[in-house]
Design a protein around this ligand. Structure first.
Ligand code: PXP
Length: 239
């Protein structure tokens, strides 16, 4: 069964709404760990709308489980990543006007830029994952970059699951996961996963890691973060 990476960006979003110092995502990472998170995921965006540089640097010192930094192929943020050296970096596309990451990285259309970013991160000793739509051409291009893992974008599946029409999207994810594995890369997945739709994705063969943010933080507002993480981890890992 896969491991659970808890994305704590939304905690920083609440803090930034008032430009104050609470709630602190460092506390959130600690509570997520206490709830059983196998990893902590955070996204240092070019526009710094939620996570700040200080959050990344402090989490590098305080997080005991896998620290997974999401970032775009942006020279400034890449330099910070190589300096801070989280355990893992997940390269994602970024558009200023988007509410959250929309769509996967276009590796096929930007192979030189992505390969260069992969190499820089790997030279700094960081495990690299690429966030991709479950598209055979993108997976093939990802394999050529030398990346260790692919995070499959589950947004289309998650959207379809709201309409009870997720079977086709699940089949697409299963095929894509098989292709990622056959290309010698590790399979991750994430985006839009909830307590209701996560189980079929967690059960995909060779699925290693799920990264989940919104649904966990939404539940945490009601029941507390440790409990919310514990509830999700039980669904993801079966433990
Ligand atoms: N994986 C990646 C690459 C993401 O960009 C995000 C959103 O920040 C997630 C997973 C988590 O998505 P959600 O917040 O919908 O669970």
């Amino acid at each position: 069964m896969p491991t659970l990476g808890v994305n704590i960006d939304h905690v920083a979003t609440v803090r930034q709404a008032r430009m104050t110092n609470e709630p602190d995502p460092i506390w959130a990472a600690t509570l997520a760990e206490l709830g059983g998170a196998d990893g902590i995921t955070l996204h240092l965006r070019e526009d710094r709308r939620h996570i700040q540089d200080r959050d990344l640097r402090l989490m590098r010192e305080t997080v005991a489980v896998k620290l997974n930094l999401e970032l775009a192929c942006n020279a400034e943020v890449l330099a910070i990543a190589c300096d801070v050296r989280p355990y893992q970096a997940t390269l994602v596309p970024e558009r200023r006007e988007e509410v959250t990451t929309e769509g996967g990285l276009d590796v096929a259309g930007n192979s030189a830029q992505v390969s260069d970013a992969v190499k820089r991160l790997q030279d700094a000793g960081i495990v690299v994952s690429l966030f991709l739509d479950p598209d055979p051409a993108q997976i093939e291009a990802a394999a050529a970059t030398g990346a260790t893992a692919v995070e499959l974008h589950t947004g289309a599946y998650a959207h379809a699951s709201e309409n009870y029409a997720a079977d086709d999207e699940l089949r697409t994810l299963i095929k894509a996961a098989r292709q990622v594995g056959e290309a010698g890369m590790i399979v991750h997945a994430g985006h839009g996963l909830t307590y209701r739709n996560v189980c079929p994705v967690a059960q995909i063969a060779d699925m290693c890691e799920l990264n989940i943010g919104h649904s966990i933080i939404a539940r945490a507002v009601m029941v507390g973060l440790e409990q919310a993480v514990r509830d999700m981890r039980r669904l993801v890992t079966g433990l």
